[in-house]
Design a protein around this ligand. Structure first.
Ligand code: FPP
Length: 248
């Protein structure tokens, strides 16, 4: 039943979903294909997941596409991924723009070729007034790198130590103005954060599935959201029920 509506009360739909799209390589190898074929299948899947995100009424989606550590992969894989990024911008930008998707990049742009940097900046400029879905693409992104840069800028701005608060630090992150992710999905079963949104994920809920990213379909996305809707988010406090019991 692919077009079944979400069976979740509106207030339980996450505002912000973040995804670690893992398992492209293993998906390809398990089919006797080169790893890049897995990244291509993963990119096709990303198109479907973006559309499902809009349909489910989720406002912010952040995807981990290339980490600051991914430069250490074999050069042909790195080149292939850069080529995919360029190709996606060339082929999908107008359609995403037409669908009201705002594209943002998080991470360091400077290591990309100047022509590709320009394409990314153009995509962000073109879509900057769209508000149906804010899509953050983490490319050459590292969570520690983001925090280090924030500290450097806070010091450069001459902020007094006692003015450094949780809120102020958030203002110095790439995600300024974006609510922290409510739900982080990681495919392919690994149980780690891999330097992704380490500041912003302080109270995120996790959904980890053994499914490889290219096979993570709308039905499983729906299951992730339904699982999330049943979580009891306590932010270090206690549930209503426990609080009630404690106070008699
Ligand atoms: C992790 O799988 C996936 C990546 C490092 C790349 C993800 C990128 C895409 C799906 C392309 C998205 C493109 C754009 C333009 C946003 P892996 O290679 O680590 O898989 P493995 O753990 O099985 O080896």
């Amino acid at each position: 039943m692919p077009n079944q509506p979400l069976d979740i009360p509106l207030e339980k739909i996450p505002r912000h979903v973040a995804i670690i799209m893992d398992g492209n390589g293993r998906w390809a190898i398990s089919r006797g294909l080169p790893r890049l074929a897995g990244h291509k299948a993963g990119t096709e899947n990303l198109r479907r997941v973006i559309r499902a995100t809009v349909e489910f009424g989720i406002k912010y989606l952040t995807i981990y596409a290339f980490s600051t550590e991914n430069w250490g992969r074999p050069p042909e894989e790195v080149q292939g991924l850069l080529h995919i990024l360029e190709d996606v911008i060339d082929r999908e930008l107008n359609e995403l723009h037409g669908e009201g998707v705002q594209l943002r990049h998080i991470g360091r742009l400077e290591k990309l070729a100047p022509g590709l940097q320009e394409k990314v900046l153009h995509a962000m400029k073109l879509t900057k007034n769209n508000n149906r879905l804010i899509l953050n693409i983490a490319w050459n992104y590292g969570g520690r790198d983001e925090i280090v840069q924030a500290i450097q800028r806070i010091i450069k701005d001459g902020v007094e130590p006692d003015k450094v608060t949780d809120d102020l630090v958030s203002q110095y992150m790439y995600t300024v103005g974006v609510p922290d992710p409510d739900l982080i999905i990681r495919t392919s079963g690994e149980l780690r954060i891999s330097n992704f949104l380490i500041w912003q994920a302080a109270y995120s809920e996790w959904y980890i599935t053994p499914t490889y990213w290219p096979d993570f379909d709308k039905e499983e996305y729906r299951r992730a959201l339904e699982t999330f809707a049943q979580r009891d988010r306590r932010y270090g406090g206690v549930t209503e029920a426990v609080a009630h019991k404690t106070h008699g």
